[in-house]
Ligand binder design. Structure first.
Ligand code: MTE
Length: 315
């Protein structure tokens, strides 16, 4: 069982761990140095610094708040190390926040965040999260189905894709060095049927708390069967298109990153294997490695979306 879903109304307040429990957790980030430097070559580099290679455990023991919020990729706030976004993203202003919905749809609009989110649709969901750099976490997200936001916009029959954009404001986002390479804003996209899948989540929180800036506040995408870079942060725009939209990493390095980016242990990254992953857990002295699962373990739910497609070609 790899999906745990709870409606907000089902969550007893006793289950929401108080903030001080997390704050007192031991902070020990081993083995992260060096990844940032290599990241200049693409969306990171393989995380192969493991002491143990065991594949037995594929459970859903959530990664700690501490690890989820201090081991991040958010290049607008720095690519030097995984802790840079936590250190630097306090400059991001998340209130007020406007989301533009446009393109091929009947109801284009500029939404204030409060109007974009319907509290009654908020759920807690524990998902596996697999980064293309071959590390993974288990994250208790809080959010609502992306399908709800899409349905509200009433896409035209001609709309085949949905594109997303992150805020780009150099005043708030210090990472100008990457500009010529990446071409801000950060962009992502999904085929519309992927986006409508009930597992695709618009996220506003994690571990029962408001989403921190470094994790993509105030609104980010989570597509659990795809590599982490599809999960675009701090979204300000959602556009319906007929053609496959350009995406940040596929534009930057098309031989390494495709549009689909489905987790697939059978298709290696040109520079490293995708067969296994390091489980991020700073409370353990030695890193654990587990086998990577096809579609990150969500094959039963989403494999039909890719029937008949050559996943080596559409990687
Ligand atoms: N979104 C934006 N705007 N900028 C980024 O650099 N990094 C992506 C994705 N979304 C990124 C982004 C990558 S490479 C990963 S692995 C995940 O965010 C990391 O999410 P996390 O920091 O919450 O673990």
């Amino acid at each position: 069982m790899i999906i745990k879903i709870k409606k907000k109304s089902d969550i007893p307040s006793s289950e929401i761990t108080p903030e001080d429990v997390y704050i007192n957790r031991r902070k020990f980030l081993g083995a992260s140095a060096g990844i940032g430097a290599a990241a200049f070559l693409g969306c990171g580099a393989a995380d192969t610094d493991s002491d143990a290679a065991d594949a037995e455990s594929q459970d859903l023991e959530p990664t700690s708040w501490e690890d989820i919020t201090t081991y991040n990729n958010f290049y607008e706030f720095g690519a030097s190390d995984k802790e840079a976004p936590a250190r630097r993203s306090h400059t991001l202003v998340t209130k007020p926040w406007t989301i533009k919905v446009d393109g091929l749809c009947a109801k284009p609009a500029d939404y204030q965040l409060e109007d974009f989110i319907k509290p009654s649709t908020i759920e807690d969901r524990v998902y596996r999260f697999r980064c293309v750099e071959a590390w993974s976490m288990v994250i208790p997200w809080r959010g609502f189905p992306l399908a709800d936001a899409i349905a509200r916009a009433e896409p035209d029959p001609g709309a085949k894709y949905v594109a997303f954009e992150t805020l780009w404001d150099p005043e708030q986002m210090p990472e100008r060095r990457w500009k010529p390479r990446i071409g801000w804003p950060y962009r992502e996209g999904l085929r519309l049927d992927e986006a409508m899948h009930p597992l695709a989540l618009m996220v506003t929180g994690l571990h029962g708390r408001t989403l921190p800036n470094q994790n993509g506040a105030p609104l980010r995408l989570i597509v659990p069967w795809k590599y982490g870079f599809k999960s675009i942060k701090s979204i300000v725009r959602m556009t319906f298109t007929e053609d496959e939209p350009p995406t940040t990493w596929a534009t930057q390095s098309p031989a390494e990153y495709g549009f689909y980016s489905n987790v697939n242990p059978n298709v290696n990254h040109p520079r490293w294997s995708q067969e296994t992953e390091r489980v991020v857990d700073s409370s353990r002295l030695f890193n654990r490695r587990i086998d990577t699962l096809f579609l990150n373990g969500y094959a039963d739910e989403v494999a039909h979306l890719y029937e008949g497609m050559d996943l080596r070609k559409y990687f």
